[in-house]
Design a protein around this ligand. Structure first.
Ligand code: HMG
Ligand code: MG
Length: 310
């Protein structure tokens, strides 16, 4: 965060966004996307994911992308690592910050990473031990915090059961994933009312998908509970290949526009984020859906036309 920033945005577009894209995006375009987002002020960014390449083909070039990014001081460049093999690949590529992930739902964990929640926590502890030895920072994710695409509603207690061991095991922060974007502000309150009795707010982040259009409302509710760390993806890119129906993440431009209007400081230049997203959109087979993203580009086109006419 910059000195005056009070809200941390973790940009997940290059990973959560691009992992779901059917069109092949070149490694060079991915590297340029990461670097443009950092120039826009991003201080924590998920660059790629060292998962099994046959499971998520869009992340098969993780080594080339991670090693290709020119690193700036003061920026945390994360990579998703599901197991020890992923951790070894990530650190061999020069990674010093990893994100481990599990879920509050057994069915989702099984579909996503082929193991039970308890097994995934064992895997996490093994990674965490290596990370502590190597001086690598570990961020945690808990998916399906409100509902699972297979098992339906998830009780807040099931989330707490996973969040606590992740923090005790060394995660500097745990991000709560509304994987299928179905939570409402009432769900956010129910979950945070329980978690915050056991965990400080500054150890939690919200990772909201915008499938049902609730991401901004849920962010507001998170702010009301003292959460100051939010994940989002430029242009609203995103989805999870193992969550049927999951669409894009909360769009970075939407969140930043709202947060700045409320007097918060994210350290991000929202126009520069929109331009970074517009550049990667050139590699995709569809337009980006983020509302503020579209509004910013439309305003730029109007201004350019007006200047051309003057
Ligand atoms: P597995 O097949 O059960 O692994 O996959 P295994 O341990 O049985 O090993 C089988 C083979 O895979 C072995 O090779 C391993 O070396 C290899 P062999 O000996 O047969 O030649 N292998 C690997 N190769 C490369 N990289 C690795 C790796 N691990 C094993 N890391 C695994 C288990 C977890 C790897 C697999 O299920 C997987 O890759 N899943 C990825 C799922 C995924 O990426 N999902 C999307 C990200 S999560 C998400 O989007 C949610 C989030 O955004 C939050 C939210 O929105 O809620 C974070
Ligand atoms: Mg996600």
């Amino acid at each position: 965060m910059t000195d005056s920033s009070d809200v941390l945005i973790t940009e997940v577009g290059p990973r959560d966004g691009l992992q779901n894209e059917a069109a092949p995006v070149s490694s060079a375009a991915k590297v340029a996307f990461v670097e443009a987002l950092v120039r826009a002020g991003v201080r924590q960014i998920e660059v790629t994911s060292f998962v099994h390449p046959s499971r998520v083909p869009a992340m098969a070039d993780a080594e080339a992308v991670y090693a290709g990014v020119r690193r700036e001081p003061g920026v945390r460049y994360l990579a998703l690592t599901p197991n020890e093999r992923g951790y070894e690949r990530a650190t061999a590529a020069g990674c010093d910050a990893v994100a481990v992930f599990t879920a509050a739902s057994e069915d989702f964990t099984r579909a996503n990473i082929g193991m039970s929640i308890d097994e995934s926590l064992e895997r996490f502890r093994a990674i965490s031990r290596e990370a502590q030895r190597d001086g690598v920072a570990v961020r945690g994710y808990v998916s399906t915090v409100f509902a699972c695409p297979f098992a339906g509603p998830i009780a807040p207690e099931a989330v707490l059961r996973v969040v606590e061991p992740m923090l005790e095991g060394g995660c500097y922060e745990v991000s709560l994933g509304d994987t299928i974007g179905i939570g409402t502000p009432a769900d956010v309150s129910r979950l945070l009312d329980l978690l915050l009795t056991r965990v400080p707010a500054d150890k939690l982040a919200l990772h909201l998908h915008d499938t049902w259009g609730m991401a901004a409302a849920n962010t507001l509710r998170g702010l009301d509970h003292g959460i100051r760390s939010f994940d989002s993806s430029a242009g609203g890119l995103g989805g999870c290949p193992y969550a049927p129906g999951a669409t894009g993440n909360a769009a970075t431009e939407d969140l930043v526009h709202m947060l700045h209007a409320l007097g918060h400081d994210t350290g991000l230049d929202v126009e520069a984020v929109a331009l970074a997203a517009d550049a990667i959109a050139g590699s995709l087979d569809h337009a980006l859906v983020g509302r503020a993203h579209q509004a910013i580009l439309a305003r730029r086109r109007r201004l350019a036309r007006a200047q051309g006419a003057a």
